[in-house]
Design a protein around this ligand. Structure first.
Ligand SMILES: Nc1ncnc2c1ncn2[C@@H]1O[C@H](COP(=O)(O)OP(=O)(O)OP(=O)(O)O)[C@@H](O)[C@H]1O
Ligand SMILES: Cc1cn([C@H]2C[C@H](O)[C@@H](COP(=O)(O)O)O2)c(=O)[nH]c1=O
Length: 214
């Protein structure tokens, strides 16, 4: 039984999750919480290696089911090695992407089926779901525009997919959000970073209060 609080950040490419995560961590720490920021795929050595395999732009031959299984494998190791111990120690875990990315990208956009991808992930997560998920809502066009303007960012294999794929990811997130409407809270990610952070903190402190987490 975890004593901590598990928060995930979700959304399409360029929504601002990684940038906002640093601010959210800082604000929560200022409120006295012990926060561990991590990411998927990655966060620990084995999962970072799996990330390299998945996202290498030269791996164009990768089968969609292989892709889904690799994300689930990285997730399992990350949960077992880093997330679960932090939660057991009573920490707030802030994770940049988690299972909802698999449901939107592999389940819907790749066409594997949200139920099928949910099902393969059950073996990996053993029912360990986030307490709260912030969904950073931005249109694919606006998100990709932000990425194009960020000259230093490395381009990965999924970034290279066409607009039709990114539209499907967006659609996938709408379906996932509707399915898990209690857990997933929408944040308007088109706002300034300051406003996005303020909204995120307001949602999270509200959740902490409701669940009695201190
Ligand atoms: N609220 C914001 N307003 C304008 N630009 C922003 C905002 N938040 C982030 N950005 C910029 O948008 C770009 C993408 O941000 P970031 O890497 O945080 O997004 P992301 O959701 O983590 O993307 P990905 O999932 O594709 O890695 C960066 O150049 C960042 O500086
Ligand atoms: C966890 C997860 C991620 N993805 C995709 C989403 C992005 O295109 C990359 C990760 O890159 P980021 O810069 O760290 O956002 O991987 C996915 O398709 N399925 C997943 O489960």
């Amino acid at each position: 039984m975890s004593k901590g609080y598990f928060i995930t950040l979700e959304g399409p490419e360029g929504a601002g999750k990684t940038t906002a995560a640093v601010e959210i961590k800082r604000e929560l720490e200022a409120l006295g919480y012990d926060v561990m920021l991590t990411r998927e795929p990655g966060g620990i050595k084995i999962a970072e290696k799996i990330r390299e395999v998945i996202l290498d732009p030269s791996h164009t031959e990768m089968d969609s089911r292989t892709e889904a299984l690799l994300y689930a494998a990285a997730r399992r190791q990350h949960l077992a090695e880093k997330v679960r111990p932090a939660l057991e120690a009573g920490r707030v875990v802030l994770c940049d992407r988690f299972i909802d990315s698999s449901l939107a990208y592999q389940g819907h956009a790749r066409g594997l089926g949200i139920d099928e991808v949910w099902s393969i992930n059950q073996f990996a997560i053993e029912s360990m779901m986030p307490d709260c998920t912030l969904y950073f809502d931005i249109t694919p066009a606006d998100g990709l525009k932000r990425i194009e303007q960020n000259a230093g960012r490395e381009v990965n294999r999924l970034d290279l997919e066409g607009m039709a794929f990114h539209e499907k990811v967006y659609e996938g997130y709408q379906l996932v959000q509707a399915r898990f409407s209690e857990r997933i809270q929408r944040i308007d990610a088109a706002q300034t970073l300051e406003k996005v952070t303020e909204d995120a903190i307001s949602v999270l402190t509200d959740h902490f209060k409701k669940s009695g987490f201190q």
